[in-house]
Design a protein around this ligand. Sequence first.
Ligand code: SF4
Length: 210
Amino acid sequence: MNKEKRQAIFERLQAANPNPTTELNYRTPFELLLAVILSAQATDKGVNKATARLFPVANTPEAIFVLGEVGLKAYIKTIGLFNSKAKNIIQTCRMLIDIHDSEVPNERLALEALPGVGRKTANVVLNTAFGQPTMAVDTHIFRVGNRTRLAPGKTPLEVEKKLLRWTPKAFLQDAHHWLILHGRYTCVARKPRCGSCVIEDLCEFKEKTS
Ligand code: SF4
């Protein structure tokens, strides 16, 4: 895919959605961190339902730590993998309190050292809470990057690196939101909705559905 097409793709995605953001509900970096940890292999909708009950009761590392694993599970038991997520979250709260003055660090290595926080979660927090132009490659971006040929790659990291290198600078900050939403609602896994896709003529997928 050439430079002109990349530019045109992001111009179209931007025109269709000028101010994209995450669909997870949050008000602070800590709430976002928790929501992203909870969202692994779960829907944003399901996470929002749980955090709508949890955050009014506890939305700081101290308050969640006081709830403890059992108390936390009562709020998140509708979410997949809630046992391991509760364990990780309590350990993460402990580290935030002990090492980071109860603040979410705005630095990759410190974030990835927290239990339950991998590269993708760190990228979402760095981008969405701290305004850094990172690329959080989830299953949707991985698919869209490969199908469109915006950033073909065999692993999420390969796709991430190519997107970071090839995405025009002006679009870097919001690119991952546009690509996630595009994958979630248009370039869906089973049968992409190419007929209603705003980048259909620019996409290089060989098996378009239209
Ligand atoms: S044209 Fe089809 S395959 Fe290409 S991005 Fe759009 S929905 Fe996905």
